[in-house]
Design a protein around this ligand. Sequence first.
Ligand code: UFG
Length: 327
Amino acid sequence: MLLMPNILVTGGAGYIGSHTVYQLQRQGFTVSVIDDLSKGHSASVPADALHVCSLFDHPQLVALMRSGRIDAVIHFAAFISVGESGKEPEKYFHNNTAGSMSLFAAMAEAGVRKLVFSSTAAVYGNPTQVPIPETAAIQAVNPYGESKVMVEKVLDWLDTARGVRSVRLRYFNACGANNDAGLGERHDPETHLIPLILRAVRTGRPVTLFGDDYPTPDGTCIRDYIHVDDLASAHIAAVNYLLGGGATAAFNAGTGRGYSVREVINAVERVTGKEVPHTIGPRREGDPAQLVADSSKLRQTLDWQPRHSTLEEIVESAWVFENRNFA
Ligand code: UFG
Protein backbone atom coordinates (compact mmCIF):
# COMPACT_ATOMS: atom_id res chain seq x y z
CA MET A 1 0.00 0.00 0.00
CA LEU A 2 1.17 3.50 -0.82
CA LEU A 3 2.15 5.33 2.37
CA MET A 4 0.44 8.72 2.57
CA PRO A 5 2.43 11.62 4.04
CA ASN A 6 2.03 12.69 7.67
CA ILE A 7 1.05 16.31 8.11
CA LEU A 8 1.11 18.39 11.29
CA VAL A 9 -1.41 21.24 11.22
CA THR A 10 -1.09 24.06 13.76
CA GLY A 11 -4.27 26.00 14.43
CA GLY A 12 -6.23 23.16 12.82
CA ALA A 13 -9.29 23.86 14.98
CA GLY A 14 -9.63 27.36 13.52
CA TYR A 15 -11.62 28.52 10.51
CA ILE A 16 -9.27 27.90 7.56
CA GLY A 17 -7.33 25.22 9.44
CA SER A 18 -10.37 23.01 10.08
CA HIS A 19 -11.47 23.13 6.44
CA THR A 20 -7.96 22.14 5.39
CA VAL A 21 -7.80 19.28 7.90
CA TYR A 22 -11.11 18.00 6.53
CA GLN A 23 -9.81 17.95 2.95
CA LEU A 24 -6.44 16.45 3.93
CA GLN A 25 -8.16 13.57 5.73
CA ARG A 26 -10.54 12.96 2.84
CA GLN A 27 -7.54 12.71 0.53
CA GLY A 28 -5.92 10.11 2.78
CA PHE A 29 -3.19 12.16 4.48
CA THR A 30 -2.47 11.28 8.10
CA VAL A 31 -3.14 14.45 10.03
CA SER A 32 -2.12 15.57 13.53
CA VAL A 33 -3.53 18.86 14.73
CA ILE A 34 -2.16 21.08 17.44
CA ASP A 35 -4.30 23.92 18.72
CA ASP A 36 -4.35 25.71 22.07
CA LEU A 37 -8.11 26.31 21.61
CA SER A 38 -7.70 30.01 22.47
CA LYS A 39 -9.67 30.77 19.27
CA GLY A 40 -10.34 27.39 17.68
CA HIS A 41 -13.17 24.96 18.43
CA SER A 42 -12.46 21.37 19.43
CA ALA A 43 -15.66 20.24 17.69
CA SER A 44 -14.19 21.39 14.35
CA VAL A 45 -11.55 18.62 14.36
CA PRO A 46 -11.89 14.82 14.81
CA ALA A 47 -11.03 14.14 18.46
CA ASP A 48 -8.40 11.51 17.65
CA ALA A 49 -6.40 14.01 15.57
CA LEU A 50 -6.41 16.88 18.07
CA HIS A 51 -3.59 17.62 20.53
CA VAL A 52 -4.29 20.61 22.74
CA CYS A 53 -0.86 22.18 22.75
CA SER A 54 0.73 25.61 22.63
CA LEU A 55 3.20 26.69 19.96
CA PHE A 56 5.52 27.44 22.87
CA ASP A 57 5.50 23.88 24.25
CA HIS A 58 8.79 22.88 22.67
CA PRO A 59 9.09 19.37 24.18
CA GLN A 60 5.56 18.36 23.18
CA LEU A 61 6.00 19.75 19.66
CA VAL A 62 9.24 17.82 19.14
CA ALA A 63 7.69 14.65 20.57
CA LEU A 64 4.64 14.96 18.29
CA MET A 65 6.75 15.55 15.20
CA ARG A 66 8.97 12.58 16.00
CA SER A 67 6.25 10.12 16.99
CA GLY A 68 4.06 11.17 14.06
CA ARG A 69 6.99 10.95 11.60
CA ILE A 70 5.87 14.32 10.27
CA ASP A 71 6.76 15.05 6.64
CA ALA A 72 5.43 18.62 6.49
CA VAL A 73 3.85 21.25 8.70
CA ILE A 74 0.98 23.57 7.78
CA HIS A 75 1.14 26.51 10.16
CA PHE A 76 -2.16 28.38 10.63
CA ALA A 77 -2.05 29.19 14.36
CA ALA A 78 -2.14 32.99 14.68
CA PHE A 79 -4.21 35.92 15.81
CA ILE A 80 -5.92 37.60 12.85
CA SER A 81 -7.53 40.88 13.86
CA VAL A 82 -5.94 43.88 12.18
CA GLY A 83 -7.74 46.34 14.49
CA GLU A 84 -6.74 44.54 17.69
CA SER A 85 -3.13 44.31 16.47
CA GLY A 86 -2.93 48.11 16.39
CA LYS A 87 -4.02 48.30 20.01
CA GLU A 88 -2.04 45.33 21.34
CA PRO A 89 1.01 44.87 19.10
CA GLU A 90 2.94 42.83 21.69
CA LYS A 91 0.25 40.18 21.62
CA TYR A 92 0.62 39.82 17.83
CA PHE A 93 4.41 39.75 17.75
CA HIS A 94 4.42 37.26 20.61
CA ASN A 95 1.82 34.84 19.30
CA ASN A 96 2.36 35.17 15.56
CA THR A 97 6.08 35.89 15.29
CA ALA A 98 7.64 34.41 18.44
CA GLY A 99 5.16 31.49 18.30
CA SER A 100 6.39 30.71 14.78
CA MET A 101 10.02 30.84 15.96
CA SER A 102 9.19 28.32 18.64
CA LEU A 103 7.57 26.04 16.07
CA PHE A 104 10.56 26.36 13.70
CA ALA A 105 12.98 25.47 16.52
CA ALA A 106 10.97 22.30 17.16
CA MET A 107 10.95 21.51 13.42
CA ALA A 108 14.75 21.91 13.37
CA GLU A 109 15.15 19.52 16.30
CA ALA A 110 12.80 16.96 14.77
CA GLY A 111 14.33 17.33 11.30
CA VAL A 112 11.15 18.55 9.54
CA ARG A 113 12.02 20.75 6.56
CA LYS A 114 8.77 21.48 4.74
CA LEU A 115 6.30 24.16 5.75
CA VAL A 116 3.19 25.84 4.41
CA PHE A 117 2.74 29.18 6.14
CA SER A 118 -0.43 31.29 6.44
CA SER A 119 0.57 34.72 5.28
CA THR A 120 -1.72 37.56 4.30
CA ALA A 121 -2.48 40.27 1.76
CA ALA A 122 -1.77 42.61 4.68
CA VAL A 123 1.96 42.22 3.89
CA TYR A 124 1.36 44.58 0.93
CA GLY A 125 -0.07 47.41 3.04
CA ASN A 126 -1.65 49.99 0.74
CA PRO A 127 -0.73 48.58 -2.65
CA THR A 128 0.09 50.93 -5.51
CA GLN A 129 -0.85 48.34 -8.12
CA VAL A 130 -4.07 46.28 -8.32
CA PRO A 131 -4.32 43.33 -9.04
CA ILE A 132 -1.35 42.82 -6.74
CA PRO A 133 1.46 40.52 -7.94
CA GLU A 134 3.72 38.72 -5.44
CA THR A 135 6.55 41.01 -6.56
CA ALA A 136 4.77 44.10 -5.19
CA ALA A 137 6.51 45.99 -2.37
CA ILE A 138 6.23 44.39 1.07
CA GLN A 139 5.18 47.27 3.31
CA ALA A 140 2.82 46.23 6.09
CA VAL A 141 0.88 49.09 7.69
CA ASN A 142 -0.27 47.32 10.87
CA PRO A 143 1.31 45.00 13.47
CA TYR A 144 -0.72 42.01 12.21
CA GLY A 145 0.76 42.34 8.71
CA GLU A 146 4.24 43.05 10.11
CA SER A 147 4.07 39.96 12.35
CA LYS A 148 3.63 37.90 9.16
CA VAL A 149 6.29 39.81 7.17
CA MET A 150 8.81 39.00 9.90
CA VAL A 151 8.05 35.29 9.69
CA GLU A 152 8.34 35.36 5.89
CA LYS A 153 11.80 36.91 6.24
CA VAL A 154 12.90 34.31 8.78
CA LEU A 155 11.71 31.58 6.42
CA ASP A 156 14.06 32.91 3.72
CA TRP A 157 16.97 32.52 6.15
CA LEU A 158 15.84 29.04 7.20
CA ASP A 159 15.86 28.06 3.55
CA THR A 160 19.46 29.25 3.18
CA ALA A 161 20.72 28.02 6.54
CA ARG A 162 18.86 24.74 6.97
CA GLY A 163 17.24 23.80 3.69
CA VAL A 164 13.73 24.44 5.01
CA ARG A 165 11.47 24.73 1.96
CA SER A 166 8.38 26.81 2.54
CA VAL A 167 5.30 28.04 0.73
CA ARG A 168 3.76 31.25 2.02
CA LEU A 169 0.15 31.62 0.99
CA ARG A 170 -0.84 35.27 1.18
CA TYR A 171 -4.57 35.08 1.84
CA PHE A 172 -7.04 37.61 0.57
CA ASN A 173 -10.57 37.49 2.10
CA ALA A 174 -11.46 33.98 3.29
CA CYS A 175 -15.20 33.37 3.54
CA GLY A 176 -17.95 30.80 3.05
CA ALA A 177 -18.61 27.47 4.75
CA ASN A 178 -18.54 23.73 4.16
CA ASN A 179 -21.93 22.63 5.45
CA ASP A 180 -21.40 18.94 4.55
CA ALA A 181 -18.54 19.01 7.05
CA GLY A 182 -20.43 21.22 9.52
CA LEU A 183 -17.64 23.79 9.25
CA GLY A 184 -17.79 27.56 8.84
CA GLU A 185 -16.83 30.90 10.29
CA ARG A 186 -17.20 31.21 14.10
CA HIS A 187 -15.07 34.14 15.18
CA ASP A 188 -15.76 35.74 18.52
CA PRO A 189 -16.17 38.64 18.19
CA GLU A 190 -17.06 38.43 14.51
CA THR A 191 -15.48 41.28 12.52
CA HIS A 192 -15.75 39.98 8.95
CA LEU A 193 -18.09 41.47 6.41
CA ILE A 194 -20.09 38.52 5.10
CA PRO A 195 -21.10 36.95 8.45
CA LEU A 196 -21.92 40.42 9.77
CA ILE A 197 -24.19 41.16 6.79
CA LEU A 198 -25.93 37.79 7.21
CA ARG A 199 -26.39 38.45 10.92
CA ALA A 200 -28.00 41.78 10.05
CA VAL A 201 -30.45 40.01 7.74
CA ARG A 202 -31.28 37.41 10.40
CA THR A 203 -31.62 39.75 13.37
CA GLY A 204 -32.79 42.96 11.67
CA ARG A 205 -29.99 44.87 13.42
CA PRO A 206 -28.19 46.98 10.79
CA VAL A 207 -24.62 46.37 9.71
CA THR A 208 -22.44 49.49 9.36
CA LEU A 209 -20.61 50.01 6.07
CA PHE A 210 -17.20 51.46 6.81
CA GLY A 211 -17.13 54.37 4.38
CA ASP A 212 -18.70 55.04 0.97
CA ASP A 213 -16.31 57.74 -0.19
CA TYR A 214 -13.45 55.56 -1.44
CA PRO A 215 -12.08 56.08 -4.96
CA THR A 216 -13.96 53.01 -6.27
CA PRO A 217 -16.95 52.92 -8.68
CA ASP A 218 -19.58 52.82 -5.89
CA GLY A 219 -17.45 54.39 -3.15
CA THR A 220 -17.11 51.24 -1.02
CA CYS A 221 -13.98 49.11 -0.57
CA ILE A 222 -13.18 46.31 -3.00
CA ARG A 223 -11.89 42.95 -1.76
CA ASP A 224 -11.06 39.57 -3.28
CA TYR A 225 -13.36 37.05 -1.57
CA ILE A 226 -12.16 33.44 -1.73
CA HIS A 227 -14.21 30.48 -0.54
CA VAL A 228 -12.52 28.75 2.38
CA ASP A 229 -12.67 25.40 0.56
CA ASP A 230 -10.68 26.90 -2.31
CA LEU A 231 -8.18 28.24 0.19
CA ALA A 232 -7.98 24.77 1.76
CA SER A 233 -7.32 23.15 -1.61
CA ALA A 234 -4.50 25.66 -2.21
CA HIS A 235 -2.84 24.35 0.98
CA ILE A 236 -3.06 20.79 -0.26
CA ALA A 237 -1.58 21.82 -3.61
CA ALA A 238 1.20 23.61 -1.69
CA VAL A 239 1.96 20.54 0.46
CA ASN A 240 2.10 18.32 -2.62
CA TYR A 241 4.39 20.83 -4.32
CA LEU A 242 6.81 20.82 -1.38
CA LEU A 243 6.71 17.04 -0.99
CA GLY A 244 7.50 16.83 -4.71
CA GLY A 245 10.66 18.88 -4.19
CA GLY A 246 9.29 22.35 -4.91
CA ALA A 247 11.39 25.40 -4.00
CA THR A 248 10.51 28.07 -1.44
CA ALA A 249 7.94 30.47 -2.86
CA ALA A 250 5.17 32.94 -2.03
CA PHE A 251 1.75 32.83 -3.68
CA ASN A 252 -1.23 35.12 -3.54
CA ALA A 253 -4.28 33.11 -2.53
CA GLY A 254 -7.18 35.00 -4.07
CA THR A 255 -9.44 34.65 -7.08
CA GLY A 256 -8.28 37.71 -9.01
CA ARG A 257 -11.81 39.16 -9.00
CA GLY A 258 -12.79 41.97 -6.66
CA TYR A 259 -16.22 42.91 -5.29
CA SER A 260 -17.23 46.08 -3.49
CA VAL A 261 -19.01 46.03 -0.14
CA ARG A 262 -22.19 47.14 -1.95
CA GLU A 263 -21.85 44.30 -4.45
CA VAL A 264 -21.62 41.87 -1.52
CA ILE A 265 -24.79 43.37 -0.05
CA ASN A 266 -26.56 42.97 -3.39
CA ALA A 267 -25.47 39.33 -3.58
CA VAL A 268 -26.79 38.71 -0.06
CA GLU A 269 -30.14 40.27 -1.01
CA ARG A 270 -30.35 38.02 -4.12
CA VAL A 271 -29.48 34.86 -2.17
CA THR A 272 -31.64 35.48 0.91
CA GLY A 273 -34.47 37.30 -0.83
CA LYS A 274 -34.34 39.85 2.00
CA GLU A 275 -33.18 43.42 2.31
CA VAL A 276 -29.96 44.02 4.22
CA PRO A 277 -30.52 46.60 6.95
CA HIS A 278 -27.45 48.83 6.88
CA THR A 279 -26.11 52.25 7.76
CA ILE A 280 -23.10 54.14 6.43
CA GLY A 281 -20.40 54.89 8.97
CA PRO A 282 -16.95 56.46 8.79
CA ARG A 283 -14.01 54.68 7.21
CA ARG A 284 -12.30 52.05 9.37
CA GLU A 285 -8.69 52.97 10.01
CA GLY A 286 -6.20 51.05 7.90
CA ASP A 287 -8.62 49.80 5.21
CA PRO A 288 -7.05 50.06 1.72
CA ALA A 289 -9.58 50.99 -1.01
CA GLN A 290 -8.83 47.88 -3.05
CA LEU A 291 -7.16 44.54 -2.40
CA VAL A 292 -7.35 42.15 -5.31
CA ALA A 293 -4.88 39.33 -5.97
CA ASP A 294 -3.02 38.61 -9.13
CA SER A 295 -3.33 34.87 -8.55
CA SER A 296 -1.77 33.69 -11.82
CA LYS A 297 1.34 32.33 -10.08
CA LEU A 298 -0.72 30.07 -7.80
CA ARG A 299 -2.84 28.87 -10.74
CA GLN A 300 0.16 28.13 -12.94
CA THR A 301 2.73 26.78 -10.49
CA LEU A 302 0.41 24.72 -8.30
CA ASP A 303 -2.15 23.92 -11.00
CA TRP A 304 -4.85 25.33 -8.71
CA GLN A 305 -8.20 26.85 -9.53
CA PRO A 306 -10.95 28.29 -7.35
CA ARG A 307 -14.03 26.06 -7.70
CA HIS A 308 -16.43 27.51 -5.15
CA SER A 309 -15.65 31.23 -5.13
CA THR A 310 -18.54 32.79 -7.02
CA LEU A 311 -20.10 35.37 -4.73
CA GLU A 312 -23.39 33.40 -4.89
CA GLU A 313 -21.85 30.13 -3.69
CA ILE A 314 -19.90 31.90 -0.96
CA VAL A 315 -22.97 33.72 0.35
CA GLU A 316 -25.26 30.68 0.00
CA SER A 317 -22.92 28.45 1.99
CA ALA A 318 -22.39 31.11 4.68
CA TRP A 319 -26.17 31.70 4.90
CA VAL A 320 -26.88 28.00 5.49
CA PHE A 321 -24.14 27.93 8.14
CA GLU A 322 -25.47 31.07 9.82
CA ASN A 323 -28.99 29.66 10.08
CA ARG A 324 -27.87 26.24 11.29
CA ASN A 325 -25.48 27.53 13.92
CA PHE A 326 -26.61 30.92 15.11
CA ALA A 327 -30.38 31.13 14.61
N1 UFG B 1 -16.61 46.08 6.39
C1 UFG B 1 -17.68 46.92 6.61
N2 UFG B 1 -18.41 46.74 7.75
C2 UFG B 1 -18.12 45.77 8.67
C3 UFG B 1 -17.01 44.91 8.42
C4 UFG B 1 -16.28 45.12 7.27
O1 UFG B 1 -17.99 47.79 5.81
O2 UFG B 1 -18.82 45.67 9.69
C5 UFG B 1 -15.81 46.26 5.16
C6 UFG B 1 -14.36 46.61 5.45
O3 UFG B 1 -14.20 47.98 5.61
C7 UFG B 1 -13.68 46.04 4.21
C8 UFG B 1 -14.54 44.85 3.82
O4 UFG B 1 -15.80 45.05 4.48
O5 UFG B 1 -13.74 46.97 3.18
C9 UFG B 1 -13.97 43.52 4.28
O6 UFG B 1 -13.66 43.62 5.66
P1 UFG B 1 -13.27 42.35 6.55
O7 UFG B 1 -13.10 42.87 7.95
O8 UFG B 1 -14.24 41.25 6.32
O9 UFG B 1 -11.89 41.88 5.95
P2 UFG B 1 -10.54 42.72 5.74
O10 UFG B 1 -10.43 42.96 4.27
O11 UFG B 1 -10.43 43.88 6.63
O12 UFG B 1 -9.47 41.68 6.32
C10 UFG B 1 -9.08 40.52 5.65
C11 UFG B 1 -8.68 39.47 6.69
C12 UFG B 1 -7.49 39.93 7.49
C13 UFG B 1 -6.38 40.29 6.54
C14 UFG B 1 -6.86 41.29 5.53
C15 UFG B 1 -5.79 41.52 4.50
O13 UFG B 1 -9.76 39.21 7.55
O14 UFG B 1 -7.07 38.91 8.35
O15 UFG B 1 -8.00 40.80 4.83
O16 UFG B 1 -5.69 42.86 4.30
F1 UFG B 1 -5.35 40.83 7.21
